[in-house]
Design a protein around this ligand. Structure first.
Ligand SMILES: O=P(O)(O)O[C@@H]1C[C@H](O)[C@@H](CO)O1
Ligand code: GUN
Length: 327
């Protein structure tokens, strides 16, 4: 077979390679190539050797939602703050998406030891789902008992407005329907059971607490509750896709979280999910607007103060719930 001529592929215009170097990502999905329990223990031990913080709560920051972990804001909120870039962490992928900083932040938030992922990994970046969720297992090995997973999402529920916060009540694992699941492949019982239940994925007590906290902060008018789904991305949805998702009961759609939550529940972590509604999903062909990532990041910036206050308070309340439940 004749070799492919790049000039022809590019329409004969320009065969110079793009200026930016794309990271080499591992698209290997073969279960046997996954990182073993022992490998992740090595990653966790590396982190424990780099910080004295022993986190109880882990936070995953959604697109554009991590700015309250930046230096200025960090200094106000976090004691003993310590940032470890993903590139320095053995076996960690790297963040390739704008609005995802690419580092772990360790510290004490109102005396509660926390670790925050300022930047997460998405399937559309080329990572298999198990690799997107690797940090969740590492958090578990660090001693994290509760995961707060936040995301930016498009709103389908007609009552939702841009800038609303949706407490995730449940999810629909669309990618799982097609057989793509972070737990696919050999199961290591040291993390969790082969067949984990998922009917209590989003902790009921935490959802109640979050609604109370919303009242305390006087933000109850923008705090909603609903069902989230994740699609593979990176494209936003067609009108027909949005209409289908509405029919099956989805309130917000994004490109993350579901697989992280499955991984967290598999290893018996408590989970709280929060979506920031960054755009209204288009349900008619007459609608002029088109979804875009800039808008998503803008809404994240617009809501950063509220997110900081809300998440900080939730961390404290959830930690106290853990203490109360401890034997
Ligand atoms: O990381 P999250 O789920 O918050 O990011 C959403 C989904 C895409 O990565 C991006 C689209 O703008 O926002
Ligand atoms: N899939 C998806 N992800 C999003 N992230 C932020 N907005 C959206 C959206 O409309 N669709």
């Amino acid at each position: 077979m004749a070799p492919i001529n790049a000039d022809v592929v590019n329409g004969g215009k320009d065969s110079t390679p793009p200026k930016t170097t794309l990271p080499e990502v591992d698209t290997e999905t073969n279960g046997n190539k996954r990182y073993s329990y022992e490998t992740l223990v090595e990653t966790a031990n590396f982190l424990l050797s780099r910080t004295a913080v022993r986190p109880l709560i882990g936070v995953i920051c959604g697109s554009g939602m991590g700015s309250y972990w930046n230096e200025g804001a960090l200094a106000e909120n976090i004691i003993d703050g310590q940032c470890i870039p993903y590139e320095e962490i053995p076996n960690f992928p790297t963040s390739t998406v704008e609005g995802h900083h690419g580092r772990l932040v360790f510290g004490h938030l109102n005396d509660i030891p926390v670790v925050a992922m300022q930047g997460r990994f998405h399937y559309y970046e080329g990572y298999p789902l198990w690799k997107c969720c690797l940090p969740v297992r590492v958090m578990k090995l660090l001693g994290v008992r509760t995961l707060i997973a936040t995301n930016a999402a498009g709103g389908l529920n007609p009552n939702f407005k841009i800038g609303d916060l949706m407490i995730v009540k449940d999810h629909i694992n669309m990618m799982g329907f097609a057989g793509n699941n972070p737990l696919h492949g050999p199961n290591d019982e040291r993390f969790g059971p082969r067949f984990p239940p998922m009917n209590k994925a989003y902790n009921y007590e935490f959802r109640k607490i979050a609604k109370e906290v919303a009242k305390e902060l006087n933000i109850q008018d923008i705090v909603r509750e609903g069902v989230y789904t994740c699609l593979g991305g990176p494209n936003f949805e067609t009108v027909a896709e949005i209409n289908m998702l509405k029919m099956v009961g989805v309130d917000a759609v994004g490109m993350s979280t579901v697989h992280e939550v499955i991984t967290a529940r598999h290893c018996d972590m408590n989970v709280f999910g929060l979506s920031l509604i960054t755009n209204e999903c288009v349900t008619s062909y007459e609608h002029e607007a088109e979804a875009n990532h800039e808008e998503v990041l803008d809404v994240g910036r617009m809501r950063q103060d509220i997110l900081r206050k809300f998440v900080s308070k939730l961390v404290v309340k959830f930690a106290h719930t853990l203490t109360r439940d401890s034997p």
